[in-house]
Write a protein that binds this ligand. Structure first.
Ligand code: ADP
Ligand code: MG
Length: 273
């Protein structure tokens, strides 16, 4: 119809503008509710290529839900998520995609994700955890996938543990394998959902150090939900503060962390660290 055609033209124009402005992720009026409770209340978020965003906020504020929507691990009720100039979850003519098509889209658009609980395949070695998905999802040959996996395990300091099963690795080592797995296909954006929250305190730094290097040395675009304020201050370009599904404050990391304007942000920051 004429309306659909106009909507399509509008989306195409928007995608072109985003690509021109080097926008990696664009979340537009994202709304999601469980029953009557709005978990994301019209969230807007634009992430430029190479930017590192720290997503802060109390438990239950919607951080995981937002990241899971960007990766299309969850659906939503209204709003648009664009990654790399592509509208996630919908075909070119605006029809919702099937689960299988969504999985293919996630792989081709290039969104990687690291979870709080690592989520490694328990029956596979560190090397296979990284190389396996490259073969199964991305169609890389065994030789190339293994080579790439070794290269990445070295980057995260785990060459010597390549053949260990996850249960024989520390939490910090498991999370470093998970990071290697997530970046193996060269994602255009990496989402990290409280990557150090499940770790014993003495293992936190080895994981933060790997993430810091991805930001500083590789310029990888990242959105990280975290409670590590000092890390956010050092590594993030921008901080966003979520409260009850609303971004109530955002700005340059150091500015928001040292001089929050919203009283809710101020109170939250004052009780941490
Ligand atoms: P955070 O990651 O910031 O702790 P979440 O995104 O996990 O927050 O959760 C945000 C809100 O959504 C919470 O109030 C939580 O109880 C609710 N929620 C999350 N998942 C579900 C679900 N499957 N069903 C109902 N409510 C949910
Ligand atoms: Mg969470």
């Amino acid at each position: 119809s004429k309306d659909a055609k106009a909507a399509r033209a509008e989306r195409t124009k928007r995608a072109e503008t985003l690509a021109r402005n080097n926008v990696a992720v664009d979340v537009n009026d994202l709304y999601k509710a469980y029953g009557k409770q709005a978990v994301l209340a019209r969230v807007n978020l634009t992430v430029r290529v190479g930017e590192v965003i720290a997503l802060l906020g109390p438990s239950g504020s919607g951080k995981s839900t937002l990241l899971r929507c960007i990766n299309h691990l969850e659906g939503w009720d209204a709003g648009i998520v664009m990654v790399g100039g592509r509208r996630m979850g919908f075909s070119g003519d605006g029809k919702p995609l099937s689960p299988r098509a969504i999985a293919e889209e996630r792989a081709s658009v290039g969104v990687g994700m690291v979870f709080q609980q690592f989520n490694l395949f328990g029956h596979l070695t560190a090397l296979e955890n990284v190389a396996g998905p490259l073969r199964w999802v991305h169609g890389v040959s065994r030789v190339d996938a293994d080579r790439r996996a070794r290269e990445l395990l070295e980057r995260v300091g785990l060459s010597h543990r390549a053949h260990a099963l996850p249960r024989h690795l520390s939490g910090g080592q498991q999370q470093r394998v998970a990071i290697a797995r997530a970046i193996a296909p060269n994602p255009s954006v990496l989402l990290l959902d409280e990557p150090t929250s499940a770790l014993d305190p003495e293992l936190v730094n080895e994981v933060l150090e790997v993430i810091r290097r991805l930001a500083v040395e590789d310029g990888l675009t990242m959105i990280i939900s975290t409670h590590q304020l000092r890390f956010a201050d050092e590594v993030a370009d921008r901080v966003m503060f979520l409260s009850d599904g609303n971004i109530i404050e955002e700005g340059p990391a150091h500015e928001v962390l040292t001089n929050p304007r919203n009283p809710i942000t101020a109170r939250f920051l004052s009780v941490m660290e």
